[in-house]
Write a protein that binds this ligand. Sequence first.
Ligand code: FAD
Ligand code: NA7
Length: 530
Amino acid sequence: MASVFCLRNVIFRGTCNVNSTKFLVLKSVANHSRSLSISSINCNDVEFDLVVIGGGSGGLAAAKEATTLGAKVAVLDYVTPSPLGTKWGLGGTCVNVGCIPKKLMHQAALLGESIQDAKSYGWQFPQAENIRHDWETLKDAVQAHIKSVNWVTRVELRDKKVEYINGLGTFVNANTVSATTKQGERTLTAKYFLIAVGGRPRYPDIPGAVEYGVTSDDIFSLQKEPGRTLVVGAGYIGLECAGFLKGLGYDATVMVRSVVLRGFDQQMAHIVTAAMQDRGVNFLFKCKPKKIEKLDNGQLKATWVNEVNEEFTDVFDTVLFAIGRRALTRELKLENAGVKVAGDGEKIDAVNEQSNVPHIYAVGDVLYKKPELTPVAIHAGRLLSRRLFGNGAATMDYDNVATTIFSPLEYGAVGLSEEEAVKRFGEDKVEIYHAYYKPTEFFIPQKNISHCYLKVVAMRDGEQKVLGMHFIGPQAGEVIQGFAAAIKCNLTVNALMGTVGIHPTIAEEFTRINITKRSGKDPNPASCCS
Ligand code: FAD
Ligand code: NA7
């Protein structure tokens, strides 16, 4: 029995002894139930310990950790230009066309709001009654920051002795990758390969989408100001882009196919939508784009249909598609290495980041049913390198990963949504605490407080283990991060209520929860300090 159990629970680490040619090390890992094929590698013949395909968040983290642990590592990174021709440097999506430029543009939008608030606080702007935003200045500043990060990343790789190859990687076979570079083809062999190729935005299959549309790949470096913009897609990226564009002064419309923020707590999603509408973002609900045409004056005529197939048109300066992302596995020729993709035909369904080919691993956005977030890719990449090249045994925990939508009134969440908790445990087992609150800094400028809301999803029994926390308000990302650590430590409602808050902050509102939805009591606050 024991030996059967062991065989079902092994990861083949294949760590080569320097003097041996063929040597396999087996490591038992609980809960690893995949049946693996045994393959051995002639370790003396390979050029690298690890070849990473994709120099983004996950790939770079894994590569740097591996070299620190003494491994010989190469990273391939290549950016295929977007249909509009946008391309960028080393560092992947987050640095170049994701989190970083997004956060900077979000900050630009918030500053616009702050300028208005500042007047109520006594600041005077005698020279500038009509304050307006200049897109080119912002775009140039954001791009300059990105270039500096690209540069620092290259220097860091050089210092850590990671070989960086600016080339497109494809598998030749399970032990060989070919890199297509400006200088020609280069073949690389390695003991381990890490697929960290991330994804790129999808376009809908409608006339004019690819010719005239843009995506998040283009928006942060758009040469001319975006102007009146139609954002197709009401996920994380669609809402954030529409939010900062409106904040910068552009008319922004979000086209929603089914629901806003599918997969997130839907009560919170409704409040986020209302907060965006309150700031002037338009929403077209239950609509799908049909075609995009270019008018003689350069503007774009968008045609769409609603759920009963009625057709509508309007004219925009920019149409931005944010309808999800495609994992870049097709280009890898995975079939040459025998790596299987998941049921979606694209992503890699790995167990502990290990593909069906034991020495080929994957991290980041390319993984099936894992959160598409930078810290997830980084953490998984680091832990993997520690398992492969150090004495690490820790595996990545993909549960209870916190995230925030910068919409621009932020929505931070960690753990289960109300619907998911009810689905998993049943309505009678779940308790929902909730409250509206008034940020102190909103009083003087008389900002709308009606969307400042929080919710704690917990088990109903005993000390009430917290399953999820949701917060809409300023700095929600900063608020939710600490509570994510508390949830990792098995936070309970008892412990939350026993925590003394920091006054006056908005994070303290979580320590003041006392109203359950079930009680039917009014969750609105009586005063700022009650
Ligand atoms: P990537 O960072 O995408 O890196 C993959 C790299 O591999 C790319 O450089 C790619 O060009 C290269 N590559 C692909 N194929 C090959 C090949 N065959 N050969 C060589 N190189 C190849 N996450 C957050 O946590 N917080 C946020 O606020 C946030 N905001 C976002 C906003 C936007 C607009 C977008 C698009 C994403 C955002 N994300 C955010 C998600 C985050 O950017 C990704 O989760 C993260 O970058 C994934 O890292 P990765 O290593 O899997 O892939
Ligand atoms: P998401 O979160 O998958 O959202 C995509 C949105 O686009 C969602 O509202 C979809 O509606 C909508 N969609 C998808 N296909 C279409 C078509 N063909 N037409 C119109 N609307 C469509 O992707 P994001 O790009 O926002 O974010 C991806 C990740 O990047 C995210 O998880 C972050 O971590 C970073 P649906 O709900 O499917 O009806």
